[in-house]
Structures are given as C-alpha cells and as structure tokens.
Design a protein around this ligand. Sequence first.
Ligand code: SF4
Ligand code: SF4
Length: 111
Amino acid sequence: MSTLITEECINCGACAPECPNDAIYEGGQKWELDGREHPPLCEDIYYIAPDKCTECVGFFDQEQCVVVCPVDCCIPDPGIPEQEPALIERARKLHPNEQFGAPFRSRFREG
Ligand code: SF4
Ligand code: SF4
C-alpha cells in the first residue's frame, strides 16, 4: 500500500528529499508524473502521491519517510493495499533506466 502522511505532520520537510521516487510534496504544491502536473492532494501539510510511492520497494529495506519523520506520522494507507509485485513494477516504470537487483531491496524481505 502507499504510505500516508497524517495530520500530525509538523511540516519539517525532512521526508521529501529522502524519497527515492520524489513522491512527497509540500502542502499546496502540484505533484508531477511523466511531465504532467496534478492538483495538490493536500494544502496544509506534506503529502504523498500514491501513484509514485513504492513503499521504497526497489531501493530500501524500510520506508525512508517513516525512518526520518520525527513525529511518526508516515503510516501505511489502509485504503490502498498493495503487495510487492505491484510496487516493484511501479518502481520499474518510474525508473526505466534503473537496474534493480535480484533480489531487489524491499521491506517485505526485511529480516
Ligand atoms: S514510503 Fe518510500 S517511496 Fe513512499 S513516500 Fe515514503 S519515502 Fe517515498
Ligand atoms: S518528516 Fe514527518 S513531520 Fe516532517 S514533513 Fe515529513 S511527514 Fe511531515
């Protein structure tokens, strides 16, 4: 599932530069995919564009926004359940020139 930022967000901005997919936006900013801009999904706090979030699958063993958030307000979105195959497929689409290892890094394989 995509990761979600809750209203506990304090707008510190620590998460956005850590996202391997540039999926995190400041409130009020348009989000972009394939050169197209889309209206902000939130006006007041940072948000994650679900179409760009892979739960860090392909890049890290843990969601990086979860790791750096000082108030623990990055959580799995229960409304968007997704499994590893869909997430690595998204990563490959987002990064067509990237070679993902086999096995690739994934929070599903942590431990
Ligand atoms: S879980 Fe990973 S891919 Fe998703 S928004 Fe957070 S840092 Fe970005
Ligand atoms: S790190 Fe957490 S508190 Fe800071 S902007 Fe991101 S979601 Fe909000």
